[in-house]
Design a protein around this ligand. Structure first.
Ligand SMILES: N[C@@H](CCC(=O)N[C@@H](CS)C(=O)NCC(=O)O)C(=O)O
Length: 216
C-alpha cells in the first residue's frame, strides 16, 4: 500500500516556505492531505509545536505501514519526495544540471534575507513597490541572473528553470509571486517564466485558497 502523506502548512497568503513542498507534491501528482495552521495568531506557536519539533512549518508526515515519520523542513521534504518518487523527476536527470539545480535551491533556502523581509509573500495582492535598498536590489539582481542563466541553458526543454518542472521551480515560485505583488520588472525571458509559474493549475489552486482565507 502506498504511503499516506499529510502536509502541515501555514496561512497560504503568507507561507512561502509551505508553498514549496505543496507545489512539489502537486506537480508530482502525489496525493496528500493537508493540515492548515493560521500564522501570526496568539496560539500559532502552540499549534505548530503539536506537529513540529523545530517549531516551524511546513512539515510532512509520512505514514508507511507501521512506520510514521515527520520531515520538518521544506528542502528536506522535497529531497525526501525526490528520493521516494524517482519517477516524478523532481531533480533534473542530467548530473550537471542536477548539481546546478541544487546550487540555486541552496541559495534560495539559505539566502536573500532582504528580499524576504522587504518583499514578503502576499500572494494575489498588489502593493506599491517599496523603497528597494541596495541589498534588495543586489539580491533581486542575483535571483534574475539565476533564472536567466538556467533558462538560457535549459528552459527551451519545457520552460521551467531546468527544462521540466523541478524542485528549483518549487523553491522560486514564492519569489515569482513576490515580484508580481510588488511590481518588480523582469527581463523578457524571466517574465515569461514567471507567467508560466503563475499560470500553473496548482499555483492557481493555492492562490484561490489564499483568497478564500483573506475573505474569511
Ligand atoms: N527552514 C524552514 C523554515 C520554515 C519557516 O520559517 N516557517 C515559518 C512559516 S512560513 C514558521 O513556521 N514560522 C513560525 C511562526 O510563525 O511562529 C523550512 O524550510 O521549512
Amino acid at each position: 500500500m502506498a504511503a499516506r502523506y499529510t502536509l502541515v502548512v501555514g496561512t497560504k497568503r503568507f507561507s512561502s516556505w509551505s508553498l514549496r513542498p505543496w507545489l512539489a507534491l502537486k506537480m508530482a501528482k502525489l496525493p496528500f492531505e493537508e493540515i492548515g495552521i493560521a500564522l501570526r495568531k496568539p496560539d500559532t506557536k502552540d499549534q505548530i509545536k503539536q506537529h513540529s519539533p523545530s517549531g516551524k512549518i511546513p512539515l510532512l508526515k509520512i505514514e508507511d505501514g507501521p512506520c510514521v515519520e515527520s520531515i520538518w523542513d521544506s528542502l528536506a521534504i522535497c529531497e525526501t519526495l525526490a528520493e521516494r518518487h524517482p519517477d516524478a523527476k523532481l531533480w533534473p536527470a542530467d548530473a550537471a544540471a542536477r548539481a546546478q539545480a541544487r546550487c540555486v535551491v541552496a541559495e534560495m533556502h539559505s539566502g536573500f534575507p532582504d528580499v524576504r523581509s522587504i518583499l514578503p509573500m502576499d500572494i494575489g495582492a498588489r502593493h506599491p513597490t517599496p523603497e528597494l535598498g541596495d541589498a534588495v536590489q543586489a539580491q533581486t539582481a542575483r535571483i534574475i541572473a539565476i533564472w536567466e542563466a538556467a533558462l538560457a541553458a535549459h528552459g527551451s526543454g519545457g520552460g521551467f528553470l531546468f527544462g521540466n518542472f523541478s524542485i528549483a521551480d518549487a523553491f522560486y515560485a514564492p519569489v515569482v509571486t513576490r515580484f508580481e505583488t510588488y511590481g518588480i520588472s523582469l527581463p523578457e525571458r524571466s517574465q515569461a517564466y514567471a507567467q508560466q509559474i503563475l499560470a500553473l493549475a496548482a499555483m492557481q489552486e493555492w492562490r484561490a485558497a489564499a483568497a478564500a482565507e483573506r475573505a474569511s
